[in-house]
Design a protein around this ligand. Sequence first.
Ligand SMILES: O=C(O)c1cc(=O)[nH]c(=O)n1[C@@H]1O[C@H](COP(=O)(O)O)[C@@H](O)[C@H]1O
Length: 291
Amino acid sequence: MRLDDALSLAPEGPTFGERLAGAMDSRGRVVVGIDPHPPLLRAWGLPTTAIGARDFGLRVIEALATRVAAVKPQVAFFERYGSAGLAALEEVIAAARAAEVVSIVDAKRGDIGSTMQGYADAYCTEGSPLAGDAVTLSPYLGVGAVAPAIETALAHGRGVFLLCLTSNPDGERVQLARAQDGVSTAADIAQQAAAYNAAQAGGNAPGSVGLVVGATIGDAARRGGVDLVGLNGPILAPGVGAQGGDVGSLHAVVGDAWRWTLPSISRAVLAAGPDAAALAAAADAARTEMA
Ligand SMILES: O=C(O)c1cc(=O)[nH]c(=O)n1[C@@H]1O[C@H](COP(=O)(O)O)[C@@H](O)[C@H]1O
């Protein structure tokens, strides 16, 4: 599919970027991950099964749907239970939709283009039970390889987040490597994301092609020549809390691109559960800190 075709197929109504901007306005910028790690399931008194993962996700959504910009179910912690786990993930995605909270399905998919369409059909297509509002993609086979998923997402009023500068310390060896033209891989990913957003965005909302930029990476964006302001898209920033990032480190990472930055927190909020009031208090504290 060509980009023009994808944009012309997009449904009436707000784009993903516009929906996200609306959610940030009313509910703050914090994203809470739905990561049913086995130790967390045990701490919540839930079985380490697909049912436990489902109930964990449903409780997070019930407690936090009105208090966060988005929830981010981590596919890995559902996939580990096989087909029952995927069915549980589908229920969690459906519950997020019913609760009218934006969902970012953290699948980190990436493959050659022809195979990528299969992932696009699963994660970016209206009517697919695995499709949330957006999906995380790995463009480290090349941004062109994941283009089918980006274009399918745009054609279905959805968004994507491309891994750019990840929160793990060894990411930058790959991500800041420079090609013969001197441009770092991360900068090239950001430029290509910005080009999609320039074709789509309008008004006072970001485009629907976001980047993942860890809250732990210090000045890597500057060193890699990554233009986060020019992206004009949302920046999903994991690494806050359990990985050591905080509001100060995140500001240092994104600088003037703070406007559309979404700190993403999993364990540091989830550890407050299972009590719904305690979970809500932890999310509210994060929202206040990040305001
Ligand atoms: O795409 C992501 O969300 C992601 C990218 C990245 O660079 N680092 C990162 O930690 N994540 C995800 O963000 C979540 C972080 O969880 P906590 O460290 O518990 O807050 C996990 O689901 C990770 O898979």
